[in-house]
Ligand binder design. Sequence first.
Ligand code: UDP
Length: 429
Amino acid sequence: MNSTTEKRIALISVHGDPAIEIGKEEAGGQNVYVRQVGEALGQLGWQVDMFTRKISAEQDTIVQHSKNCRTIRFKAGALEFVPRDNLFGYLPEFVENLLKFQKENGVTYPLFHTNYWLSSWVGMQLKKIQRSKQVHTYHSLGAVKYNTIDNIPLIATQRLAVEKEVLETADRIVATSPQEQEHMRSLVSTKGNIDIIPCGTDIRRFGSAEREAARTELGIKPEEKLVLYVGRFDPRKGIETVVRAVRESQFFESQNLKLIIGGGSTPGNSDGDERDRIEGIINELGLTEFVSLPGRLSQDVLPTYYAAADVCVVPSHYEPFGLVAIEAMASGTPVIASDVGGLQFTVVPEQTGLLAPPQDVPAFAEAIDRILSNSEWRDKLGVAGRKRVIEKFSWDGVAHQLAALYTQLLAQPIEQPIEQVVKEPALLS
Ligand code: UDP
């Protein structure tokens, strides 16, 4: 292996475009993860190409983020937004375009780091075709997700099969928390190699705003208590729980309570149904005066919101990792989160925030009241939260761990035989 191939890495994120605006429709943690990992690896001297699906003719095919890091978009199916549950049939075209791209550019990527089960299928084909290595991050596990929702999509069987196959065949699986690793072992397969490398956050960006200045900027009065939610409008995110908990809080009666729900796109988009439903609940509970829905918040303004908040609530029904929790903690704001998944790893109860059972409105209301009624303790939780993020969850630290893993895998000999055909998804055959 020569020195140029040694430090070349391809990240695949078919449905989570790392170059797109975060916070709307299906754009969330995965997009942030891929982009930040890519940029941080670029800083470490890796040549990073991030492959994703093009969703409109207006989008640039190549977006250069920094000297070593770029996003490359391929056509796979129509040039339009397609919900992730409907994307599987377009993956062979994605593989073909990737092979074509390599040929035209005279490169063969030695290692693909794939993200989400759709991309894992792409990575498995490339492993068979050209013996490339594969590292995979799930971001969400079907086996866990389908336990928390009522309407199981048609694609479920396919997804579960692909998720099992990649766990058993990838050179390494990256679990972002011990809880996720445990889910893989108990619900997916006992075979396969798993490392735990968490998600990260930008500790310079989050933590840059000062509390009083941030509150003034957002027009929050000194006596007001600010509860913040940040994230997509998706029923799994449990926004209803925080809305109802705010209504039950003892601070609601004093009329000094404010809830900001940041995230979501404009009406008419795919997340609009959940937004309408949440707005309906806000009206029904008589909360319109106390709740504001500013829509998508850019990563540039988010530090101000986190810094201004007394508490950030992450009420997800299920959360593989949950970037919002560590962004708030990095900003010195305590977190009240559901006692599930990666949130059990990031939030240390009584030290950096509190955990409550998912969908348990009284428990969330009680947790909110405990923190809002003791500002000294709130500050102490905030300081401990930032310390924890700096020690465990900075992107630089995460990128170093990933780089070490890639380097180790690239140094290992290749075992499996070459297979020259692109297999069609089983669904189509
Ligand atoms: N986000 C954002 N603007 C918004 C809402 C969310 O930039 O208005 C970002 C947020 O800062 C975080 C990501 O979207 O980085 C959400 O990641 P998380 O892991 O919390 O949830 P996911 O979307 O992956 O379910």
